[in-house]
Ligand binder design. Sequence first.
Ligand SMILES: Cc1ncc(COP(=O)(O)O)c(C=O)c1O
Length: 376
Amino acid sequence: MNLFDVYPLYNVTPVKAEGCYVWDENNTKYLDLYGGHGVISVGHTHPNYVAALTNQLQKIGFYSNSVQMPLQVKLAEKLGELSGCENYNLFLCNSGAEANENALKLASFTSGKSRVLSFTNSFHGRTSAAVAVTDNKSINAPINLQQKVTFLPLNDIELVIHEIGKNDVAAVIIEGIQGVGGLDEGTTQFFQELQQICNKKRVLLILDEIQSGYGRSGKFFAFQYHNIQPDIITTAKGMANGFPIGSVLISDKIEAKYGMLGTTFGGNHLACAAAISVLDIIEEENLIANVNEVSNYFMEEIKQISKVKKVKGRGLMLGVEFDFEVGELRKKLIFEKHIFTGGANNKKLLRILPPLTISKSQIAEFIKALKEVLAV
Ligand SMILES: Cc1ncc(COP(=O)(O)O)c(C=O)c1O
Protein backbone atom coordinates (compact mmCIF):
# COMPACT_ATOMS: atom_id res chain seq x y z
CA MET A 1 0.00 0.00 0.00
CA ASN A 2 1.24 3.53 -0.76
CA LEU A 3 0.61 6.59 1.34
CA PHE A 4 -2.20 8.88 0.19
CA ASP A 5 -0.07 11.61 -1.33
CA VAL A 6 -1.37 14.85 0.18
CA TYR A 7 1.79 16.42 1.59
CA PRO A 8 4.60 18.02 -0.43
CA LEU A 9 7.63 16.75 1.51
CA TYR A 10 11.12 18.05 2.17
CA ASN A 11 13.66 15.32 1.65
CA VAL A 12 14.68 15.12 5.33
CA THR A 13 14.04 12.19 7.69
CA PRO A 14 14.23 13.13 11.36
CA VAL A 15 15.01 10.14 13.55
CA LYS A 16 16.00 11.73 16.84
CA ALA A 17 15.42 15.04 18.62
CA GLU A 18 16.46 16.83 21.79
CA GLY A 19 15.61 20.33 22.99
CA CYS A 20 15.66 22.63 19.95
CA TYR A 21 17.55 20.21 17.71
CA VAL A 22 16.53 17.38 15.39
CA TRP A 23 18.86 14.80 13.77
CA ASP A 24 18.32 12.94 10.49
CA GLU A 25 19.31 9.36 9.66
CA ASN A 26 22.81 10.53 8.61
CA ASN A 27 23.24 12.18 12.02
CA THR A 28 23.01 15.68 10.50
CA LYS A 29 21.85 18.11 13.20
CA TYR A 30 19.13 20.69 12.45
CA LEU A 31 18.10 23.71 14.51
CA ASP A 32 14.31 23.57 14.85
CA LEU A 33 12.71 27.00 14.41
CA TYR A 34 9.49 25.36 13.22
CA GLY A 35 8.72 23.12 16.22
CA GLY A 36 6.91 20.60 14.04
CA HIS A 37 4.41 23.37 13.12
CA GLY A 38 4.23 25.18 16.46
CA VAL A 39 3.70 21.97 18.41
CA ILE A 40 6.93 21.51 20.35
CA SER A 41 6.49 23.77 23.36
CA VAL A 42 8.82 22.45 26.07
CA GLY A 43 11.53 21.12 23.74
CA HIS A 44 11.89 17.75 22.06
CA THR A 45 12.18 14.72 24.37
CA HIS A 46 12.31 16.85 27.53
CA PRO A 47 13.42 14.34 30.23
CA ASN A 48 10.52 15.16 32.62
CA TYR A 49 8.02 14.83 29.76
CA VAL A 50 9.49 11.50 28.65
CA ALA A 51 9.43 10.26 32.25
CA ALA A 52 5.80 11.39 32.75
CA LEU A 53 4.64 9.56 29.61
CA THR A 54 6.72 6.45 30.33
CA ASN A 55 5.49 6.21 33.92
CA GLN A 56 1.89 6.69 32.87
CA LEU A 57 2.16 4.07 30.12
CA GLN A 58 3.42 1.56 32.65
CA LYS A 59 0.33 2.19 34.82
CA ILE A 60 -2.60 2.68 32.44
CA GLY A 61 -2.55 4.27 28.99
CA PHE A 62 -6.24 4.39 28.14
CA TYR A 63 -9.64 3.52 29.42
CA SER A 64 -12.66 5.59 28.38
CA ASN A 65 -14.71 8.62 29.34
CA SER A 66 -17.22 6.45 31.20
CA VAL A 67 -15.10 6.19 34.37
CA GLN A 68 -13.49 8.57 36.89
CA MET A 69 -10.36 10.25 35.51
CA PRO A 70 -8.48 12.17 38.22
CA LEU A 71 -5.81 13.11 35.65
CA GLN A 72 -8.40 15.13 33.69
CA VAL A 73 -9.37 16.97 36.87
CA LYS A 74 -5.71 17.66 37.67
CA LEU A 75 -5.12 18.94 34.13
CA ALA A 76 -8.18 21.23 34.31
CA GLU A 77 -7.03 22.66 37.66
CA LYS A 78 -3.46 23.23 36.52
CA LEU A 79 -4.55 24.75 33.19
CA GLY A 80 -7.01 27.06 34.96
CA GLU A 81 -4.32 28.16 37.39
CA LEU A 82 -1.52 28.81 34.86
CA SER A 83 -3.73 30.45 32.24
CA GLY A 84 -5.73 32.57 34.69
CA CYS A 85 -8.91 31.02 33.25
CA GLU A 86 -10.19 29.39 36.46
CA ASN A 87 -13.79 30.30 35.71
CA TYR A 88 -13.94 28.08 32.60
CA ASN A 89 -14.78 24.38 32.32
CA LEU A 90 -12.64 22.02 30.26
CA PHE A 91 -13.62 19.59 27.48
CA LEU A 92 -10.80 17.43 26.13
CA CYS A 93 -10.48 16.12 22.58
CA ASN A 94 -7.69 15.10 20.22
CA SER A 95 -6.74 17.90 17.83
CA GLY A 96 -7.19 21.55 16.96
CA ALA A 97 -9.85 20.97 14.34
CA GLU A 98 -11.81 18.85 16.77
CA ALA A 99 -11.55 21.56 19.43
CA ASN A 100 -13.00 24.14 17.02
CA GLU A 101 -15.63 21.70 15.77
CA ASN A 102 -16.83 21.20 19.35
CA ALA A 103 -16.63 24.93 20.11
CA LEU A 104 -18.81 25.77 17.10
CA LYS A 105 -21.26 23.01 17.92
CA LEU A 106 -21.50 24.24 21.50
CA ALA A 107 -22.13 27.79 20.32
CA SER A 108 -24.88 26.54 18.04
CA PHE A 109 -26.47 24.41 20.78
CA THR A 110 -26.34 27.35 23.20
CA SER A 111 -27.65 30.04 20.86
CA GLY A 112 -30.01 27.87 18.82
CA LYS A 113 -28.56 29.57 15.71
CA SER A 114 -26.25 28.40 12.96
CA ARG A 115 -24.47 31.20 11.08
CA VAL A 116 -20.86 31.90 12.02
CA LEU A 117 -18.74 34.97 11.41
CA SER A 118 -15.09 34.33 10.63
CA PHE A 119 -12.25 36.43 9.23
CA THR A 120 -10.31 36.82 6.01
CA ASN A 121 -7.23 34.59 5.91
CA SER A 122 -8.35 32.55 8.92
CA PHE A 123 -7.39 28.91 9.47
CA HIS A 124 -9.34 26.78 11.94
CA GLY A 125 -8.77 23.17 10.82
CA ARG A 126 -10.11 20.62 8.37
CA THR A 127 -13.18 18.97 9.89
CA SER A 128 -16.70 19.88 8.79
CA ALA A 129 -17.48 23.17 10.57
CA ALA A 130 -13.82 24.02 11.29
CA VAL A 131 -12.91 23.95 7.61
CA ALA A 132 -16.08 25.84 6.67
CA VAL A 133 -14.95 28.75 8.87
CA THR A 134 -11.47 28.56 7.31
CA ASP A 135 -10.94 31.15 4.58
CA ASN A 136 -9.58 28.79 1.93
CA LYS A 137 -11.95 27.52 -0.77
CA SER A 138 -9.47 24.96 -2.04
CA ILE A 139 -9.67 22.86 1.15
CA ASN A 140 -13.49 23.05 1.42
CA ALA A 141 -15.38 20.22 -0.29
CA PRO A 142 -19.00 20.76 -1.40
CA ILE A 143 -20.18 19.02 1.79
CA ASN A 144 -18.38 21.63 3.93
CA LEU A 145 -19.75 24.56 1.94
CA GLN A 146 -23.25 23.82 3.24
CA GLN A 147 -22.38 25.59 6.49
CA LYS A 148 -23.53 29.19 6.88
CA VAL A 149 -20.38 31.27 7.23
CA THR A 150 -19.64 34.91 6.51
CA PHE A 151 -16.03 36.05 6.20
CA LEU A 152 -15.22 39.61 7.21
CA PRO A 153 -11.97 41.59 7.12
CA LEU A 154 -10.13 41.85 10.43
CA ASN A 155 -10.55 45.09 12.36
CA ASP A 156 -13.78 46.30 10.70
CA ILE A 157 -16.20 46.34 13.65
CA GLU A 158 -18.98 48.07 11.70
CA LEU A 159 -19.27 45.06 9.37
CA VAL A 160 -19.41 42.72 12.38
CA ILE A 161 -22.16 44.83 13.98
CA HIS A 162 -24.09 44.84 10.71
CA GLU A 163 -23.94 41.03 10.37
CA ILE A 164 -24.76 40.36 14.03
CA GLY A 165 -27.73 42.72 13.64
CA LYS A 166 -29.39 40.12 11.37
CA ASN A 167 -30.02 38.02 14.52
CA ASP A 168 -29.02 34.66 13.03
CA VAL A 169 -25.40 34.50 14.21
CA ALA A 170 -24.38 31.74 16.66
CA ALA A 171 -20.72 32.60 17.02
CA VAL A 172 -17.77 34.67 15.95
CA ILE A 173 -14.53 32.70 15.67
CA ILE A 174 -11.18 34.44 15.59
CA GLU A 175 -7.53 33.46 16.07
CA GLY A 176 -5.60 35.20 18.86
CA ILE A 177 -2.95 35.82 16.20
CA GLN A 178 -3.46 34.37 12.72
CA GLY A 179 -1.08 31.48 12.10
CA VAL A 180 -1.34 29.92 8.66
CA GLY A 181 -2.76 33.19 7.28
CA GLY A 182 0.43 35.10 8.07
CA LEU A 183 0.57 36.58 11.60
CA ASP A 184 -2.05 39.32 11.29
CA GLU A 185 -4.16 40.06 14.36
CA GLY A 186 -7.05 42.14 15.61
CA THR A 187 -6.30 45.41 17.38
CA THR A 188 -7.11 45.74 21.09
CA GLN A 189 -9.96 48.09 20.22
CA PHE A 190 -11.36 45.56 17.73
CA PHE A 191 -11.20 42.64 20.18
CA GLN A 192 -12.86 44.71 22.91
CA GLU A 193 -15.66 45.97 20.66
CA LEU A 194 -16.11 42.44 19.32
CA GLN A 195 -16.59 41.15 22.84
CA GLN A 196 -19.06 43.96 23.64
CA ILE A 197 -21.27 43.33 20.61
CA CYS A 198 -21.15 39.55 21.15
CA ASN A 199 -22.18 39.95 24.81
CA LYS A 200 -24.92 42.40 23.93
CA LYS A 201 -26.43 40.18 21.22
CA ARG A 202 -25.74 36.81 22.96
CA VAL A 203 -23.43 35.67 20.20
CA LEU A 204 -20.63 33.41 21.42
CA LEU A 205 -17.09 34.68 20.99
CA ILE A 206 -14.69 31.80 20.24
CA LEU A 207 -10.98 32.49 20.54
CA ASP A 208 -8.90 30.01 18.57
CA GLU A 209 -5.66 29.85 20.58
CA ILE A 210 -4.57 26.57 18.99
CA GLN A 211 -1.38 28.10 17.65
CA SER A 212 -1.10 31.33 19.63
CA GLY A 213 -1.86 29.77 23.03
CA TYR A 214 0.21 28.00 25.65
CA GLY A 215 2.68 30.84 26.12
CA ARG A 216 3.77 31.11 22.50
CA SER A 217 2.68 34.76 22.19
CA GLY A 218 4.46 35.83 25.40
CA LYS A 219 1.26 35.59 27.46
CA PHE A 220 -0.51 32.31 28.22
CA PHE A 221 -3.17 33.23 25.63
CA ALA A 222 -2.70 35.89 22.96
CA PHE A 223 -6.16 37.38 23.65
CA GLN A 224 -4.85 38.33 27.10
CA TYR A 225 -3.05 41.25 25.43
CA HIS A 226 -6.50 42.76 24.87
CA ASN A 227 -8.11 42.39 28.28
CA ILE A 228 -11.13 40.40 27.09
CA GLN A 229 -12.88 37.23 28.32
CA PRO A 230 -14.06 35.08 25.42
CA ASP A 231 -16.95 32.66 25.89
CA ILE A 232 -14.98 29.75 24.47
CA ILE A 233 -11.22 29.22 24.00
CA THR A 234 -9.72 26.40 21.93
CA THR A 235 -6.23 24.93 22.34
CA ALA A 236 -4.17 22.10 20.85
CA LYS A 237 -0.65 22.25 19.31
CA GLY A 238 1.68 23.16 22.21
CA MET A 239 -0.59 21.58 24.79
CA ALA A 240 1.16 18.20 25.01
CA ASN A 241 4.42 18.79 23.09
CA GLY A 242 3.39 16.48 20.24
CA PHE A 243 1.09 14.03 21.99
CA PRO A 244 -2.27 14.47 20.18
CA ILE A 245 -4.68 16.47 22.31
CA GLY A 246 -7.03 19.43 21.96
CA SER A 247 -9.25 21.27 24.39
CA VAL A 248 -12.19 23.60 24.67
CA LEU A 249 -12.29 26.01 27.62
CA ILE A 250 -15.92 26.87 28.17
CA SER A 251 -17.17 29.85 30.16
CA ASP A 252 -19.10 28.81 33.26
CA LYS A 253 -22.07 30.77 31.84
CA ILE A 254 -22.56 27.86 29.40
CA GLU A 255 -24.39 24.92 30.88
CA ALA A 256 -23.27 21.34 30.18
CA LYS A 257 -25.72 18.53 29.45
CA TYR A 258 -24.93 14.82 29.34
CA GLY A 259 -24.23 13.72 25.81
CA MET A 260 -23.85 17.25 24.42
CA LEU A 261 -20.21 16.58 23.47
CA GLY A 262 -18.22 13.36 23.55
CA THR A 263 -15.20 11.44 22.30
CA THR A 264 -13.58 8.02 22.67
CA PHE A 265 -9.93 9.01 22.85
CA GLY A 266 -10.15 12.60 24.11
CA GLY A 267 -8.59 13.18 27.54
CA ASN A 268 -7.12 9.69 27.85
CA HIS A 269 -4.58 8.91 30.57
CA LEU A 270 -1.52 9.27 28.37
CA ALA A 271 -2.68 12.54 26.80
CA CYS A 272 -3.41 14.00 30.24
CA ALA A 273 -0.05 12.88 31.62
CA ALA A 274 1.67 14.57 28.66
CA ALA A 275 -0.39 17.77 29.01
CA ILE A 276 0.16 18.01 32.79
CA SER A 277 3.87 17.51 32.30
CA VAL A 278 3.95 20.36 29.73
CA LEU A 279 2.25 22.73 32.18
CA ASP A 280 4.66 21.68 34.96
CA ILE A 281 7.65 22.39 32.73
CA ILE A 282 6.24 25.74 31.53
CA GLU A 283 5.89 26.73 35.19
CA GLU A 284 9.13 25.26 36.57
CA GLU A 285 11.31 26.62 33.77
CA ASN A 286 9.52 29.97 33.62
CA LEU A 287 9.13 29.50 29.88
CA ILE A 288 6.80 32.43 29.27
CA ALA A 289 9.49 34.78 30.60
CA ASN A 290 11.96 33.06 28.27
CA VAL A 291 9.60 33.60 25.32
CA ASN A 292 9.56 37.35 26.00
CA GLU A 293 13.28 37.65 26.56
CA VAL A 294 14.26 35.67 23.47
CA SER A 295 11.60 37.42 21.39
CA ASN A 296 13.01 40.86 22.30
CA TYR A 297 16.47 39.66 21.33
CA PHE A 298 15.12 38.29 18.02
CA MET A 299 13.43 41.61 17.21
CA GLU A 300 16.62 43.59 17.89
CA GLU A 301 18.81 41.30 15.82
CA ILE A 302 16.47 40.85 12.85
CA LYS A 303 16.06 44.62 12.48
CA GLN A 304 19.69 44.80 11.45
CA ILE A 305 19.05 42.76 8.30
CA SER A 306 18.08 45.32 5.69
CA LYS A 307 16.43 42.77 3.37
CA VAL A 308 13.81 42.09 6.07
CA LYS A 309 10.78 44.25 5.27
CA LYS A 310 8.74 43.67 8.39
CA VAL A 311 8.47 41.39 11.43
CA LYS A 312 4.96 40.36 12.46
CA GLY A 313 3.54 38.45 15.42
CA ARG A 314 4.44 38.30 19.09
CA GLY A 315 6.58 36.22 21.41
CA LEU A 316 7.85 33.17 19.57
CA MET A 317 5.05 33.22 17.01
CA LEU A 318 6.80 35.39 14.46
CA GLY A 319 6.69 36.10 10.74
CA VAL A 320 9.66 37.62 8.93
CA GLU A 321 8.46 39.31 5.76
CA PHE A 322 10.58 39.93 2.66
CA ASP A 323 9.73 41.53 -0.67
CA PHE A 324 10.30 38.19 -2.45
CA GLU A 325 8.85 34.69 -2.07
CA VAL A 326 10.73 32.69 0.57
CA GLY A 327 10.47 29.14 -0.87
CA GLU A 328 14.11 29.09 -2.03
CA LEU A 329 15.29 30.77 1.16
CA ARG A 330 13.63 28.09 3.29
CA LYS A 331 15.28 25.37 1.18
CA LYS A 332 18.69 27.00 1.60
CA LEU A 333 18.14 27.30 5.35
CA ILE A 334 17.30 23.59 5.60
CA PHE A 335 19.79 22.07 3.19
CA GLU A 336 22.75 24.46 3.52
CA LYS A 337 22.39 25.73 7.08
CA HIS A 338 20.38 22.88 8.61
CA ILE A 339 17.68 25.11 10.07
CA PHE A 340 13.95 24.36 9.89
CA THR A 341 11.59 27.32 9.44
CA GLY A 342 7.91 27.52 8.45
CA GLY A 343 5.95 29.07 5.58
CA ALA A 344 2.51 30.73 5.43
CA ASN A 345 -0.28 31.55 2.96
CA ASN A 346 1.64 34.78 2.48
CA LYS A 347 4.46 33.38 0.36
CA LYS A 348 6.81 36.20 1.33
CA LEU A 349 6.72 35.29 5.01
CA LEU A 350 9.12 33.05 6.89
CA ARG A 351 7.39 31.65 9.94
CA ILE A 352 9.34 31.21 13.19
CA LEU A 353 7.73 28.83 15.72
CA PRO A 354 10.56 27.36 17.81
CA PRO A 355 10.23 25.43 21.06
CA LEU A 356 9.58 27.91 23.90
CA THR A 357 12.86 26.76 25.48
CA ILE A 358 14.99 28.27 22.71
CA SER A 359 17.97 30.37 23.81
CA LYS A 360 19.39 33.66 22.55
CA SER A 361 22.50 31.86 21.31
CA GLN A 362 20.34 29.56 19.17
CA ILE A 363 18.59 32.62 17.72
CA ALA A 364 22.05 34.12 17.07
CA GLU A 365 22.89 30.93 15.14
CA PHE A 366 19.80 31.53 12.97
CA ILE A 367 20.54 35.23 12.41
CA LYS A 368 24.09 34.42 11.29
CA ALA A 369 22.84 31.74 8.90
CA LEU A 370 20.10 34.02 7.54
CA LYS A 371 22.63 36.77 6.83
CA GLU A 372 24.82 34.26 5.01
CA VAL A 373 22.05 32.86 2.80
CA LEU A 374 20.79 36.37 2.05
CA ALA A 375 24.41 37.38 1.38
CA VAL A 376 24.18 40.58 3.46
C1 LIG B 1 -5.17 28.49 14.47
C2 LIG B 1 -5.36 27.03 14.16
N1 LIG B 1 -6.56 26.46 14.39
C3 LIG B 1 -6.77 25.16 14.13
C4 LIG B 1 -5.78 24.36 13.61
C5 LIG B 1 -6.06 22.91 13.33
O1 LIG B 1 -5.38 22.09 14.22
P1 LIG B 1 -5.17 20.54 13.90
O2 LIG B 1 -4.24 20.46 12.73
O3 LIG B 1 -4.58 19.99 15.17
O4 LIG B 1 -6.50 19.96 13.60
C6 LIG B 1 -4.52 24.91 13.34
C7 LIG B 1 -3.45 24.10 12.74
O5 LIG B 1 -2.51 24.57 12.14
C8 LIG B 1 -4.31 26.28 13.62
O6 LIG B 1 -3.14 26.87 13.37
